[in-house]
Ligand binder design. Structure first.
Ligand code: ATP
Ligand code: MG
Length: 345
Protein backbone atom coordinates (compact mmCIF):
# COMPACT_ATOMS: atom_id res chain seq x y z
CA UNK A 1 0.00 0.00 0.00
CA UNK A 2 1.26 3.48 -0.86
CA UNK A 3 1.10 6.03 1.94
CA UNK A 4 0.52 9.66 1.13
CA UNK A 5 2.58 12.12 3.19
CA UNK A 6 1.90 15.85 2.99
CA UNK A 7 4.93 18.01 3.70
CA UNK A 8 4.29 21.50 5.09
CA UNK A 9 7.65 23.27 5.01
CA UNK A 10 6.16 26.43 6.47
CA UNK A 11 8.30 29.45 7.31
CA UNK A 12 11.91 30.32 8.08
CA UNK A 13 14.13 27.25 8.32
CA UNK A 14 11.03 24.99 8.02
CA UNK A 15 11.46 24.13 4.32
CA UNK A 16 15.22 23.59 4.77
CA UNK A 17 14.72 21.01 7.51
CA UNK A 18 11.75 19.24 5.93
CA UNK A 19 13.70 18.90 2.65
CA UNK A 20 16.51 17.27 4.63
CA UNK A 21 14.10 14.86 6.36
CA UNK A 22 12.39 13.89 3.10
CA UNK A 23 15.80 13.18 1.51
CA UNK A 24 16.70 10.89 4.43
CA UNK A 25 13.37 9.03 4.18
CA UNK A 26 13.68 8.68 0.41
CA UNK A 27 17.08 7.06 0.86
CA UNK A 28 15.51 4.18 2.81
CA UNK A 29 12.00 3.87 1.33
CA UNK A 30 10.72 3.45 -2.21
CA UNK A 31 8.32 5.59 -4.24
CA UNK A 32 5.84 2.66 -4.04
CA UNK A 33 5.81 2.95 -0.28
CA UNK A 34 5.43 6.71 0.16
CA UNK A 35 4.17 9.49 -2.11
CA UNK A 36 5.39 12.90 -0.91
CA UNK A 37 3.40 16.09 -1.65
CA UNK A 38 4.32 19.63 -0.68
CA UNK A 39 1.56 22.04 0.37
CA UNK A 40 1.59 25.65 1.48
CA UNK A 41 1.06 26.55 5.13
CA UNK A 42 1.99 29.17 7.70
CA UNK A 43 2.91 32.84 7.82
CA UNK A 44 4.15 33.32 4.25
CA UNK A 45 1.07 31.53 2.97
CA UNK A 46 -1.04 33.86 5.06
CA UNK A 47 0.66 36.90 3.50
CA UNK A 48 0.28 35.50 -0.03
CA UNK A 49 -3.15 33.86 0.14
CA UNK A 50 -4.88 35.48 3.11
CA UNK A 51 -5.05 32.19 5.04
CA UNK A 52 -2.37 30.28 6.92
CA UNK A 53 -4.13 26.97 6.20
CA UNK A 54 -5.77 27.18 2.75
CA UNK A 55 -8.53 24.77 1.69
CA UNK A 56 -6.37 22.76 -0.73
CA UNK A 57 -3.77 22.22 2.00
CA UNK A 58 -6.53 21.14 4.36
CA UNK A 59 -7.84 18.63 1.85
CA UNK A 60 -4.34 17.23 1.19
CA UNK A 61 -3.63 16.83 4.94
CA UNK A 62 -6.89 15.04 5.65
CA UNK A 63 -6.26 12.59 2.80
CA UNK A 64 -2.74 11.77 3.99
CA UNK A 65 -1.47 9.03 6.27
CA UNK A 66 0.74 11.61 7.96
CA UNK A 67 1.77 15.26 7.82
CA UNK A 68 5.39 16.37 8.21
CA UNK A 69 5.68 20.00 9.31
CA UNK A 70 8.77 22.24 9.44
CA UNK A 71 7.85 25.36 11.40
CA UNK A 72 5.52 28.35 11.28
CA UNK A 73 6.16 31.93 12.31
CA UNK A 74 7.47 35.12 10.78
CA UNK A 75 8.96 36.65 13.90
CA UNK A 76 7.89 40.27 14.17
CA UNK A 77 7.35 40.91 10.46
CA UNK A 78 3.60 40.31 10.37
CA UNK A 79 1.42 43.37 9.76
CA UNK A 80 -0.26 44.57 12.97
CA UNK A 81 -3.68 43.04 13.56
CA UNK A 82 -3.01 40.14 11.20
CA UNK A 83 -4.28 36.74 12.26
CA UNK A 84 -1.17 35.07 13.63
CA UNK A 85 0.11 32.04 11.73
CA UNK A 86 0.20 30.06 14.98
CA UNK A 87 -3.55 29.91 14.47
CA UNK A 88 -2.90 27.89 11.33
CA UNK A 89 -1.30 25.32 13.61
CA UNK A 90 -4.35 25.14 15.86
CA UNK A 91 -6.60 24.78 12.82
CA UNK A 92 -4.33 22.05 11.47
CA UNK A 93 -4.44 20.12 14.74
CA UNK A 94 -8.22 20.57 14.85
CA UNK A 95 -8.63 19.35 11.27
CA UNK A 96 -6.57 16.22 12.01
CA UNK A 97 -8.28 15.51 15.36
CA UNK A 98 -4.98 15.34 17.23
CA UNK A 99 -5.30 15.35 21.01
CA UNK A 100 -1.91 14.13 22.21
CA UNK A 101 1.53 15.62 21.79
CA UNK A 102 4.27 13.03 22.16
CA UNK A 103 7.81 14.16 22.91
CA UNK A 104 10.60 11.69 23.50
CA UNK A 105 13.50 13.05 25.56
CA UNK A 106 16.57 10.85 25.23
CA UNK A 107 19.85 12.75 25.30
CA UNK A 108 22.64 11.53 22.99
CA UNK A 109 25.80 10.74 25.00
CA UNK A 110 27.98 12.66 22.53
CA UNK A 111 25.95 15.78 23.32
CA UNK A 112 25.88 15.47 27.13
CA UNK A 113 28.24 18.41 27.47
CA UNK A 114 25.76 20.64 25.57
CA UNK A 115 23.25 20.26 28.42
CA UNK A 116 23.34 22.43 31.55
CA UNK A 117 22.61 19.24 33.55
CA UNK A 118 25.54 17.18 34.89
CA UNK A 119 26.39 14.25 32.57
CA UNK A 120 26.09 11.57 35.27
CA UNK A 121 22.43 12.55 35.74
CA UNK A 122 21.75 12.15 32.00
CA UNK A 123 23.11 8.65 31.53
CA UNK A 124 19.90 6.62 31.76
CA UNK A 125 17.46 9.35 30.71
CA UNK A 126 14.74 8.05 28.38
CA UNK A 127 11.46 9.88 28.89
CA UNK A 128 8.30 9.97 26.80
CA UNK A 129 6.08 12.98 27.44
CA UNK A 130 2.38 12.63 26.59
CA UNK A 131 0.74 16.05 26.72
CA UNK A 132 -3.02 16.64 26.39
CA UNK A 133 -3.65 19.11 23.58
CA UNK A 134 -7.32 20.00 23.39
CA UNK A 135 -8.47 21.07 26.86
CA UNK A 136 -7.41 23.07 29.87
CA UNK A 137 -6.82 26.75 30.41
CA UNK A 138 -5.60 27.49 26.87
CA UNK A 139 -9.02 26.69 25.42
CA UNK A 140 -11.43 27.74 28.19
CA UNK A 141 -13.57 30.86 28.00
CA UNK A 142 -11.61 34.11 28.39
CA UNK A 143 -12.92 37.37 29.78
CA UNK A 144 -11.36 40.79 30.04
CA UNK A 145 -12.31 44.16 31.46
CA UNK A 146 -9.89 47.07 31.93
CA UNK A 147 -8.79 45.76 35.32
CA UNK A 148 -9.80 42.08 35.52
CA UNK A 149 -9.05 39.08 33.32
CA UNK A 150 -9.93 35.39 33.53
CA UNK A 151 -9.12 32.14 31.73
CA UNK A 152 -11.36 29.20 32.46
CA UNK A 153 -9.74 25.77 32.89
CA UNK A 154 -12.03 22.90 31.87
CA UNK A 155 -11.44 19.16 31.54
CA UNK A 156 -13.95 16.42 30.86
CA UNK A 157 -13.71 12.82 31.96
CA UNK A 158 -13.62 11.73 28.32
CA UNK A 159 -10.66 13.95 27.48
CA UNK A 160 -8.69 12.60 30.42
CA UNK A 161 -9.59 8.98 29.69
CA UNK A 162 -8.41 9.07 26.10
CA UNK A 163 -5.03 10.69 26.84
CA UNK A 164 -4.37 8.43 29.85
CA UNK A 165 -5.35 5.36 27.83
CA UNK A 166 -2.78 6.31 25.21
CA UNK A 167 -0.08 7.09 27.81
CA UNK A 168 -0.71 3.79 29.63
CA UNK A 169 -0.37 1.89 26.35
CA UNK A 170 2.97 3.59 25.72
CA UNK A 171 4.13 2.65 29.26
CA UNK A 172 3.03 -0.94 28.76
CA UNK A 173 5.33 -1.18 25.75
CA UNK A 174 8.22 0.54 27.55
CA UNK A 175 9.35 0.28 31.20
CA UNK A 176 5.81 0.06 32.64
CA UNK A 177 6.09 3.19 34.71
CA UNK A 178 3.62 6.06 34.34
CA UNK A 179 3.90 9.42 36.09
CA UNK A 180 0.83 11.65 36.02
CA UNK A 181 1.42 15.32 36.75
CA UNK A 182 -1.27 17.62 38.16
CA UNK A 183 -1.93 20.23 40.84
CA UNK A 184 -4.55 18.29 42.76
CA UNK A 185 -3.85 20.12 46.02
CA UNK A 186 -5.46 23.29 44.62
CA UNK A 187 -7.21 22.70 41.27
CA UNK A 188 -10.56 20.97 40.83
CA UNK A 189 -9.65 19.98 37.26
CA UNK A 190 -6.57 18.28 38.70
CA UNK A 191 -8.64 16.36 41.24
CA UNK A 192 -10.80 15.03 38.40
CA UNK A 193 -7.60 14.34 36.43
CA UNK A 194 -6.17 12.28 39.29
CA UNK A 195 -9.32 10.21 39.86
CA UNK A 196 -9.83 9.44 36.19
CA UNK A 197 -6.13 8.69 35.67
CA UNK A 198 -6.00 6.18 38.54
CA UNK A 199 -9.04 4.33 37.31
CA UNK A 200 -8.12 4.43 33.60
CA UNK A 201 -4.49 3.34 33.97
CA UNK A 202 -5.55 0.40 36.12
CA UNK A 203 -8.21 -0.66 33.62
CA UNK A 204 -5.92 -0.36 30.59
CA UNK A 205 -2.92 -2.15 32.07
CA UNK A 206 -2.76 -3.13 35.76
CA UNK A 207 0.95 -4.00 35.40
CA UNK A 208 1.83 -0.37 34.77
CA UNK A 209 3.02 1.29 37.96
CA UNK A 210 1.30 4.68 38.32
CA UNK A 211 2.56 7.59 40.41
CA UNK A 212 0.99 11.04 40.83
CA UNK A 213 3.22 14.09 41.23
CA UNK A 214 2.39 17.74 41.70
CA UNK A 215 3.64 19.92 38.86
CA UNK A 216 5.86 22.09 41.08
CA UNK A 217 7.63 19.02 42.44
CA UNK A 218 7.89 17.57 38.93
CA UNK A 219 9.64 20.73 37.69
CA UNK A 220 12.31 20.09 40.30
CA UNK A 221 12.61 16.29 39.90
CA UNK A 222 13.05 16.66 36.15
CA UNK A 223 16.40 18.32 36.85
CA UNK A 224 17.29 16.39 40.00
CA UNK A 225 16.56 12.81 38.94
CA UNK A 226 15.46 12.75 35.28
CA UNK A 227 16.47 9.11 34.80
CA UNK A 228 13.69 7.97 37.16
CA UNK A 229 10.90 8.73 34.69
CA UNK A 230 9.51 6.61 31.88
CA UNK A 231 6.19 7.94 30.52
CA UNK A 232 4.93 11.27 31.87
CA UNK A 233 1.31 12.20 31.16
CA UNK A 234 -0.07 15.64 31.89
CA UNK A 235 -2.59 18.30 30.91
CA UNK A 236 -2.08 20.96 28.29
CA UNK A 237 -0.37 23.87 30.06
CA UNK A 238 1.72 21.79 32.47
CA UNK A 239 2.89 19.74 29.48
CA UNK A 240 3.78 22.85 27.52
CA UNK A 241 6.02 24.10 30.30
CA UNK A 242 7.54 20.79 31.40
CA UNK A 243 8.44 19.67 27.86
CA UNK A 244 10.37 22.90 27.23
CA UNK A 245 12.17 22.38 30.52
CA UNK A 246 12.94 18.78 29.56
CA UNK A 247 14.32 19.82 26.17
CA UNK A 248 17.33 21.24 28.00
CA UNK A 249 18.32 17.73 29.05
CA UNK A 250 19.17 17.16 25.37
CA UNK A 251 21.27 20.27 24.91
CA UNK A 252 19.98 21.81 21.69
CA UNK A 253 16.50 22.80 20.60
CA UNK A 254 17.46 21.61 17.13
CA UNK A 255 17.62 17.93 18.15
CA UNK A 256 14.12 17.28 19.45
CA UNK A 257 11.25 15.65 17.54
CA UNK A 258 7.55 15.51 18.34
CA UNK A 259 4.36 13.85 17.18
CA UNK A 260 0.80 15.05 17.56
CA UNK A 261 -1.59 12.14 17.24
CA UNK A 262 -5.21 11.33 17.88
CA UNK A 263 -8.16 10.14 15.85
CA UNK A 264 -6.76 10.31 12.36
CA UNK A 265 -3.72 11.60 10.53
CA UNK A 266 -0.62 12.13 12.68
CA UNK A 267 1.33 15.39 12.58
CA UNK A 268 5.11 15.25 13.01
CA UNK A 269 7.31 18.27 13.62
CA UNK A 270 10.51 19.35 15.37
CA UNK A 271 9.96 21.23 18.62
CA UNK A 272 11.91 24.29 17.48
CA UNK A 273 10.40 27.30 15.70
CA UNK A 274 11.09 28.95 12.37
CA UNK A 275 14.41 30.46 13.57
CA UNK A 276 14.17 33.60 11.39
CA UNK A 277 17.68 34.61 12.54
CA UNK A 278 19.33 31.76 10.59
CA UNK A 279 16.76 31.12 7.84
CA UNK A 280 18.18 30.87 4.32
CA UNK A 281 21.75 30.36 5.51
CA UNK A 282 21.73 26.59 5.09
CA UNK A 283 23.00 25.96 8.62
CA UNK A 284 19.87 24.80 10.44
CA UNK A 285 20.20 21.58 12.40
CA UNK A 286 18.00 19.07 10.52
CA UNK A 287 18.01 16.39 13.27
CA UNK A 288 14.78 17.38 15.06
CA UNK A 289 12.88 17.05 11.78
CA UNK A 290 14.69 13.89 10.68
CA UNK A 291 13.88 12.30 14.06
CA UNK A 292 10.27 13.49 13.70
CA UNK A 293 10.16 11.71 10.34
CA UNK A 294 11.46 8.57 12.09
CA UNK A 295 8.58 8.84 14.59
CA UNK A 296 6.22 9.20 11.62
CA UNK A 297 7.58 6.04 9.98
CA UNK A 298 7.14 4.15 13.26
CA UNK A 299 3.76 5.48 14.37
CA UNK A 300 1.84 6.29 11.17
CA UNK A 301 3.50 4.42 8.32
CA UNK A 302 4.14 1.02 9.88
CA UNK A 303 7.92 1.05 9.30
CA UNK A 304 9.54 0.67 12.73
CA UNK A 305 12.73 -0.89 11.33
CA UNK A 306 13.31 2.05 9.01
CA UNK A 307 12.67 4.40 11.93
CA UNK A 308 15.27 2.58 14.05
CA UNK A 309 17.79 2.76 11.20
CA UNK A 310 17.31 6.52 10.83
CA UNK A 311 17.69 7.10 14.57
CA UNK A 312 20.87 5.02 14.62
CA UNK A 313 22.29 6.97 11.64
CA UNK A 314 21.59 10.29 13.38
CA UNK A 315 23.38 9.08 16.51
CA UNK A 316 26.34 7.75 14.51
CA UNK A 317 26.63 11.09 12.71
CA UNK A 318 26.67 12.96 16.00
CA UNK A 319 29.26 10.55 17.38
CA UNK A 320 31.36 11.21 14.25
CA UNK A 321 31.12 14.94 15.05
CA UNK A 322 29.54 16.02 11.79
CA UNK A 323 27.63 18.84 13.48
CA UNK A 324 25.81 22.04 12.54
CA UNK A 325 26.87 25.29 14.32
CA UNK A 326 24.18 25.07 17.06
CA UNK A 327 25.93 21.84 18.16
CA UNK A 328 29.35 23.47 18.04
CA UNK A 329 30.32 22.21 14.57
CA UNK A 330 30.85 23.72 11.14
CA UNK A 331 28.72 21.46 8.95
CA UNK A 332 25.90 22.85 6.81
CA UNK A 333 22.39 21.39 6.86
CA UNK A 334 23.22 19.58 3.63
CA UNK A 335 26.54 18.19 4.90
CA UNK A 336 24.98 16.88 8.10
CA UNK A 337 22.07 15.36 6.13
CA UNK A 338 24.47 13.73 3.64
CA UNK A 339 26.47 12.31 6.56
CA UNK A 340 23.28 10.81 8.03
CA UNK A 341 22.28 9.30 4.67
CA UNK A 342 25.76 7.81 4.30
CA UNK A 343 25.36 6.05 7.65
CA UNK A 344 21.96 4.54 6.83
CA UNK A 345 23.66 1.34 5.74
P1 ATP B 1 9.26 31.09 16.41
O1 ATP B 1 8.58 32.41 16.57
O2 ATP B 1 9.06 30.48 15.07
O3 ATP B 1 8.98 30.14 17.54
P2 ATP B 1 11.71 31.74 17.77
O4 ATP B 1 12.84 32.58 17.31
O5 ATP B 1 10.86 32.16 18.87
O6 ATP B 1 10.83 31.41 16.46
P3 ATP B 1 13.03 29.27 17.47
O7 ATP B 1 12.74 29.40 16.06
O8 ATP B 1 12.79 27.97 18.09
O9 ATP B 1 12.24 30.33 18.27
O10 ATP B 1 14.55 29.69 17.71
C1 ATP B 1 15.14 29.94 18.98
C2 ATP B 1 16.67 29.96 18.78
O11 ATP B 1 17.13 28.65 18.50
C3 ATP B 1 17.11 30.82 17.60
O12 ATP B 1 18.31 31.48 17.89
C4 ATP B 1 17.32 29.82 16.50
O13 ATP B 1 18.30 30.22 15.57
C5 ATP B 1 17.77 28.56 17.25
N1 ATP B 1 17.31 27.36 16.54
C6 ATP B 1 16.05 26.87 16.51
N2 ATP B 1 15.96 25.79 15.76
C7 ATP B 1 17.19 25.56 15.27
C8 ATP B 1 17.75 24.57 14.40
N3 ATP B 1 17.02 23.59 13.87
N4 ATP B 1 19.06 24.66 14.12
C9 ATP B 1 19.82 25.63 14.64
N5 ATP B 1 19.36 26.60 15.46
C10 ATP B 1 18.07 26.56 15.78
MG1 MG C 1 9.39 30.46 19.60
Amino acid sequence: MTHLVTVLGGDGIGPEVTDAAVRVCQAVTTADQITWTNASFGGNTFLEEGSAFPDDTQAACKESSAVLLGAVGLGETLPPGAKRPELGLLELRGALGTFANIRPVKPFPSLFDMSPIRPELLEEVDILFVRELTGGIYFGEKTRTATTASDLCVYTEGEIERIVTMATEFSRDRRKKLTSVDKANVLETSRLWREVTSRTAKAVCPEVELEHLLVDAMAMYLLKRPADFDVIVTENMFGDILTDEASMLCGSLGMLPSASIGEGTGLYEPIHGSAPDIAGQGIANPCGTILSAAMMLRMSLGQPDVANAIEAAVEATIDAKVLTPDLGGKATTKEMTDAIIKRLG
